[in-house]
Design a protein around this ligand. Structure first.
Ligand code: NAP
Ligand code: MG
Length: 502
C-alpha cells in the first residue's frame, strides 16, 4: 500500500508543485524472523587435497567462530608447508594428466555442474556464510550465493569459446595457479578466482581467509559431487603463514591475491624477479559523488547501500561521500533520517540490514579509526540503536566536516563508517576523489548524461557506477588503479589474466 507521503508526492507532481521531502518515521519493532535452514556444518573440516578431505600433516586445527555470538562453529585444519607442497603436486599432476589436456567443451560440463549444485544448496550455503562471516542473511541469500553461481555459469559458457578471448591469437592455460582470498565475500571470492582459472584449463591451490573458511570447504564438497578430476582444485586452510606458503611456492605459474594493500605489497616484494604472473585486487577508498541535480532520495539509498552493505566490509565501499555544497545540508539530513531506520543485529534475522563485524580485530580497527575521526575534529553521528550483548557489532556511523587530511578520509576503515566532504565544482570533485592512494571504484549521481561520461573518464577508478552503487555482474571486469592493484576479474578481460598468448 502506498504511504501517505508517497501519495502526496504523486499528487504534488500531478499538480506541478514541488514534491515534499521523503521522511522516514521511527523504527518499527518487528518480531524476530530468523532463517531456519540447516547449514549442515561438520564439527571438523580437513584440507581438500587431490580430491579428498585430508588431515593436515601438522596435526593442528583452529576454531572458526560465529561473530554474531562468539560461539565456535567448527574446527578447521592448519595447512603447513608439507600440506601446501602436497596440494601443489596434486595440482601439477592434474594439469599434466587430465585438466590441461581436456577440450574446453568438456571442462564446461563440470563448471555447469558446480553452478547447478550450488543453486541446489543455495539456502544451506547462505546460512553457513552468514554464520561464519556475520553478514545479513538477506545479503548472503540474495547476493553472495546467487552471484557465486552466476560466475560459474558465465565461465562455463566461455570454456568452449576460448578462441574468442583473444581474437587472432592462439592461447594456452598457464598451468597451476595459487590463489589467496579475504574474508568479506568468502564464497563469492572463491567463485571469482576458481571459475575463470578452471574455464581456461588451469589447476588451482586456493587459501581462504582464516575467519571464513567454511563455505570454501563446503564448495569442496560440491567439487567432489561434481566429479571434478582429483587435484584440479585444492583448498588449503590456515592463517597468514599458509597464505605466504601458497604465494611463495615455486610451482605456480601465476598467483592471484585479493586482500589488503599491505599484504599485497609483501607478496609483490617476495616475488619480484621471478617470472610468475600476478594479479592483485587490493584496498579502496571510493568516493560517491552527489551533484545538486541528482535524484536525492535515490542517491541517499545508493549512499546507504554503498557504505552499510556487508557492514562496510567491501573493498569498493563508497566510504567517502562528496556532496555538492548547495544540497549538502539536505542530503545529510536525509541520510540521518534513513540511518535511524536501519536494523543492526542478528545476521540470521531476515529483517537485519547491518550484521556482525567479521572479527574482534576488525572491530578494534574500526573503533580506533572512528576515535581518530573524533579526535581530529570531525562531527560524529550514530543513530540510537541497541547492539546485541554478545558478538561484535558497530553502529552505522557518519562523519561530517571531514577534511582531506583526516585519517578517516585517507585510510580504509572497512566498516560501516562514512566520511562526508563537500565540493563546489565538478573539477574540485574529481580532484578530491582522485586524491587518494587507491583507485578501485567511484559513484556519480547526476541527472546529466554528459557529466557522467566526463566524470567517468576523469575519475581514476577501475569501476565508476552512475546513479547506482555496488552493482556486479560476471560479464563486467573489476579491478583497480594505483594501490588498489592490477589485473581484472570478470568478463573477457578476467580470462586474459589466466592464459598465455602464443
Ligand atoms: P589481508 O589481511 O590482506 O588478508 C587477505 C588474505 O591474505 C587472507 O587469506 C590472509 O590470511 C592472507 N594473508 C595474510 N598475510 C599473508 C601473507 N604474508 N602472505 C600471503 N597471504 C597472507 O586482508 P583482509 O583483512 O582479509 O581483507 C580485507 C582487505 O581486502 C581490504 O583491504 C579490502 O579492501 C581488500 N579486498 C579487496 C578486494 C578487491 O577486489 N580489490 C576484494 C575484497 C577485499 P588470514 O586471513 O588467514 O590471515
Ligand atoms: Mg568465522
Amino acid at each position: 500500500m502506498a504511504s501517505l507521503k508517497t501519495i502526496s508526492k504523486l499528487s504534488a507532481r500531478r499538480q506541478g508543485r514541488p514534491a515534499p521531502e521523503l521522511i522516514f518515521g521511527d523504527l518499527w519493532t518487528y518480531d524476530p524472523a530468523p532463517e531456519t535452514a540447516d547449514p549442515k556444518l561438520k564439527a571438523r573440516y580437513e584440507l581438500f587435497i587431490n580430491g579428498r578431505f585430508t588431515a593436515p600433516k601438522s596435526g593442528r586445527y583452529f576454531n572458526s567462530i560465529n561473530p554474531a555470538n562468539e560461539r565456535k562453529l567448527a574446527e578447521i585444519a592448519v595447512a603447513g608447508p608439507a600440506d601446501v607442497e602436497a596440494a601443489y603436486r596434486a595440482a601439477q599432476k592434474a594439469f599434466d594428466t587430465t585438466w590441461g589436456k581436456m577440450p574446453g567443451a568438456e571442462r564446461a560440463k563440470y563448471l555447469f555442474r558446480i553452478a547447478r549444485l550450488l543453486q541446489d544448496r543455495a539456502r544451506e550455503f547462505a546460512v553457513a556464510e552468514t554464520m561464519d562471516g556475520g553478514k545479513p542473511i538477506k545479503e548472503s541469500r540474495d547476493f553472495d550465493v546467487p552471484m557465486a553461481a552466476a560466475h560459474f555459469f558465465y565461465h562455463a559458457g566461455w570454456a568452449d569459446k576460448l578462441d574468442y578471448v583473444a581474437p587472432g591469437r592462439r592461447i594456452a592455460p598457464l598451468g597451476v595457479v595459487g590463489q589467496v582470498i579475504p574474508w568479506n565475500f568468502p564464497l563469492l571470492m572463491c567463485a571469482w578466482k576458481l571459475a575463470p582459472a578452471l574455464a581456461m584449463g588451469n589447476c588451482v591451490v586456493l587459501k581462504p581467509a582464516e575467519t571464513t573458511s567454511i563455505t570454501a570447504l563446503k564448495l569442496a564438497e560440491i567439487i567432489q559431487d561434481a566429479d571434478l578430476p582429483p587435484g584440479v582444485v585444492n583448498i588449503v586452510t590456515g592463517a597468514g603463514e599458509t597464505g605466504a606458503a601458497v604465494m611463495g611456492h615455486p610451482i605456480p605459474a601465476k598467483v592471484a591475491f585479493t586482500g589488503s594493500t599491505e599484504v599485497g605489497k609483501i607478496i609483490m616484494r617476495s616475488l619480484a624477479g621471478t617470472d610468475k604472473k600476478m594479479t592483485m585486487e587490493l584496498g579502496g577508498k571510493a568516493a560517491n559523488i552527489i551533484f545538486d541535480d541528482a535524484p536525492l532520495d535515490q542517491a541517499v539509498e545508493g549512499i546507504i547501500n554503498g557504505i552499510f552493505f556487508n557492514q562496510g566490509h567491501v573493498c569498493c565501499a563508497g566510504s567517502r561521500l562528496l556532496v555538492h555544497e548547495p544540497v549538502a545540508d539536505r542530503v545529510i539530513a536525509k541520510l540521518k533520517q534513513r540511518m535511524k531506520v536501519l536494523r543492526v543485529g542478528d545476521p540470521l534475522d531476515k529483517n537485519t540490514d547491518i550484521g556482525a563485524i567479521n572479527s574482534k580485530e576488525q572491530l578494534a580497527r574500526i573503533t580506533a579509526l572512528v576515535k581518530s575521526g573524533v579526535k581530529e575534529g570531525a562531527g560524529l553521528f550514530q543513530p540510537a540503536c541497541t547492539l546485541p550483548a554478545k558478538g561484535w557489532y558497530f553502529p552505522p556511523t557518519i562523519f561530517t566536516g571531514v577534511s582531506m587530511s583526516h585519517r578517516i578520509a585517507r585510510e580504509e576503515i572497512f566498516g560501516p563508517v562514512l566520511s562526508i566532504l563537500t565540493f563546489r565544482t565538478p573539477e574540485e570533485a574529481v580532484e578530491k576523489a582522485n586524491n587518494t592512494a587507491y583507485g578501485l571504484s567511484a559513484g556519480v549521481w547526476t541527472d546529466k548524461g554528459s557529466r557522467i561520461l566526463k566524470m567517468s573518464t576523469e575519475l581514476k577508478a577501475g569501476v565508476v557506477w552512475a546513479n547506482t552503487y555496488n552493482k556486479f555482474d560476471p560479464t563486467s571486469p573489476f579491478g583497480g588503479y594505483k594501490e588498489s592493484g592490477f589485473g581484472r576479474e570478470g568478463g573477457r578481460q578476467g580470462l586474459l589474466d589466466y592464459c598465455r598468448l602464443l
